[in-house]
Design a protein around this ligand. Structure first.
Ligand SMILES: [Zn+2]
Length: 293
């Protein structure tokens, strides 16, 4: 292993040469029989982020090695992934979704060749992050959960990916609307409505729960009216902006919302709800005030 090479063998000439080498060549030198070359290569390698990751994976405890494998997959370094694979670190199925999320087709192909086959998991990762090429690659390998792909595309705000999944058969319009509202993409939410989504209260719930006023407003324009549910969602996740929006729309479930906020420990939300008339506490310790039992 290259990490066992000793530093005193470092030579300025070798290091200058190493600085101009690509990672794969440098890796080969680190592993070479010449101690002098390996030491200089290692010194240069320490400055490069992928090497630092690979180095820590090789030296670190068993459990954490696999997290590092995913991090190396995230960098897109094929030599890094190969190196760890040779060292027995990582599994194809843990790396494939990461490679797809980041758009690294070479790494994805390598992992598939080594047995990775969780194509649907990788498909949703690609859809969530707007990686059309990777989504297409996963479909070509056998991914077929197009509704899940569309939901993740809607959450990630990618109309292009949502359209691709629809062409393949996806049709969960209300699920897509809820995800677009959760992700805060007004454009994709409008697209789902064009496709046939009509559960605007559910969309409002998603928008409020993630603090997205833009998609919440769109749902109101389309007739959403379950302000109480929206307020409770906003309170549960601590989103002041959508909570205020629901109160101004006429939400009256202040005590229910306060219970959610107290339980989750959102101080400002408690204060806001009490200021607007909440009169009961939840299970948590309310910071806003002390109501009698
Ligand atoms: Zn409270």
């Amino acid at each position: 292993m290259f990490h066992s090479v000793q530093f005193p063998l470092f030579s300025p000439v070798f290091e200058a040469i190493c600085a101009h080498l690509d990672d794969a060549t440098l890796a080969a030198m680190c592993l070479s029989g010449s101690k002098k070359a390996a030491a200089s290569a290692m010194r240069e390698a320490e400055k490069r982020p992928v090497f630092a990751l690979v180095h820590s994976a090789v030296t670190m405890k068993e459990k954490k090695k696999h997290w590092i494998f995913e991090e190396v997959c995230e960098t897109g370094s094929l030599w890094g992934v190969r190196f760890l694979w040779k060292s027995g670190i990582g599994t194809g199925n843990s790396g494939l979704p990461v490679a797809c999320k980041c758009g690294w087709s070479e790494v994805a192909e390598f992992l598939i060749a080594k047995g990775a086959n969780n194509y649907n998991r990788a498909l949703v990762a690609a859809c969530k992050h707007g990686r059309a090429d990777m989504a297409a690659l996963m479909v070509s390998k056998g991914a077929d959960d197009f509704n899940a792909g569309m939901l993740y595309a809607c959450n990630g705000g990618s109309r292009t990916l949502a359209e691709m999944m629809i062409r393949l058969g996806a049709n969960d319009w209300n699920g897509g609307l809820w995800q677009a509202c959760r992700g805060g993409s007004r454009e994709v939410a409008e697209f789902m409505i064009e496709c046939g989504a009509d559960n605007f209260d559910w969309g409002l719930d998603g928008a409020c729960g993630n603090g997205h006023c833009g998609t919440a407003e769109l749902m109101l324009q389309h007739g959403a009216s379950d302000f109480d549910q929206g307020l409770c969602e906003a309170a549960q996740w601590g989103h002041i902006n959508t909570a205020l929006m629901m109160i101004s729309c006429g939400a009256t479930a202040l005590n229910e919302a306060h219970w959610e906020a107290c339980t989750e420990g959102f101080e400002k939300m408690c204060e806001l709800l009490v200021a607007h008339g909440a009169t009961m506490c939840g299970d948590g310790e309310c910071v806003a005030h002390d109501f009698p039992e």
